[in-house]
Design a protein around this ligand. Structure first.
Ligand code: HMG
Ligand code: MG
Length: 296
């Protein structure tokens, strides 16, 4: 197991992109600023995707312009194509993330492109980012199952991950988009990808549809992964993935990591308070068990 783990906090992006409650730009900025004060080092801020496809992210430029950036904290943003990259750069982004999938059926629904077409879209993005000195993260979705095609071949997960890494993505985040994975499968998937992409360049991204996310994180830690995506209060879900639910809650991951003696640099009480603040904003209880327990 690693001695230190970096959490990539995706609550402001994955957490809010499918939210029915309307969240104002000022609240999104307040969320990110609160998260910045918890010791997190990677906070995904927003997505420069089509506002017609995801209206929740239409204020991406305003959000990025409004946050107070802490030294030492990265604020990556999602970009689906060169147009998104240009919007992101104009708004001051210094790190971006491209996203595709291991499943053709899902990728078509999510980005109106085949996996190959999406990789072609990323080539100019990676070229420009390289020139601009912008780091690029790569997401591979549906690594443990697809809502439209069902089973996803491990070979496809490995191939798409390897391609993104070879194109210049510094880190590949393996997404169980609809949270269908179980620990042994998650671990085997990670091990298979790690034969082609070095483990330090891999991250895991679990949604908690079947209550397996934290167990999957543990299995992957045992396999050696040291980067974990999570969303404060367990918010999240992809609007183009049928049946998608929230991400693993950051507070629960941090509680587990600290219990295992693994360093995160994160102030758990501050993170849990932020999760409860966000849940109140969304008009519900926090989806984090640790967040609830710490309030008692
Ligand atoms: P398209 O309709 O095929 O795009 O959408 P197009 O290139 O044909 O352009 C059509 C219109 O969209 C044009 O405008 C473009 O200017 C505009 P019009 O001429 O009609 O007025 N457009 C844009 N506007 C703003 N920003 C842009 C942009 N690009 C085109 N970047 C597209 C293709 C990829 C744009 C669309 O499908 C899209 O935005 N999809 C994003 C869906 C999304 O955000 N999903 C959630 C994130 S992924 C996720 O959650 C999974 C993850 O968490 C990991 C996991 O859990 O597995 C990462
Ligand atoms: Mg996700």
């Amino acid at each position: 197991m690693p001695t230190e783990v970096r959490i990539v906090e995706v609550g402001a992006r994955d957490g809010l992109q499918n939210e029915k409650v309307e969240i104002g730009t000022a609240d999104k900025i307040a969320l990110i600023d609160r998260l910045s004060a918890t010791g997190l080092r990677s906070i995904e801020a927003t997505a420069f995707v089509s506002p017609k496809w995801v209206p929740q992210m239409a204020d991406a430029a305003e959000v990025l312009a409004g946050i107070t950036r802490r030294p030492g904290v990265a604020y990556p943003v999602l970009v689906p194509n060169l147009q998104g990259y240009e919007r992101a750069r104009a708004a001051g982004a210094t790190e971006v993330a491209v996203f595709t999938a291991a499943s053709e059926a899902f990728n078509l629904k999510n980005t109106n492109a085949t996996v190959e077409q999406s990789l072609e879209r990323f080539r100019p993005v990676l070229e420009r980012a390289h020139e601009d000195g912008v780091r690029v993260r790569g997401y591979v979705s549906t690594v443990l199952g697809c809502p439209y095609q069902g089973v996803v071949a491990l070979a496809d997960v490995v191939r798409v991950s390897r391609t993104l890494h070879a194109m210049g993505c510094y880190e590949i985040s393996l997404g169980d988009t609809i949270g269908v994975g179980t620990p042994a499968k998650a671990r085997a998937m990670l091990a298979a990808v790690a034969t082609e992409v070095p483990m330090p360049a891999l991250a895991v991204h679990f949604h908690d549809t079947y209550g397996q996310a934290l167990a999957n994180v543990l299995a992957c830690l045992e396999e050696g992964v040291a980067v974990v995506d999570a969303a404060v209060s367990g918010a999240g879900g992809c609007p183009y993935a049928k049946g998608a639910s929230g991400n693993v809650a950051s507070e629960d991951v941090v509680y587990m990591l600290h219990g295992l003696g693994i360093r995160t640099g994160i102030d758990l009480d501050a993170l849990a308070a932020t999760g409860r603040w966000l849940a109140a904003l969304l008009g519900r209880e926090t989806g984090s068990k640790a967040g609830k327990a710490l309030a008692a």
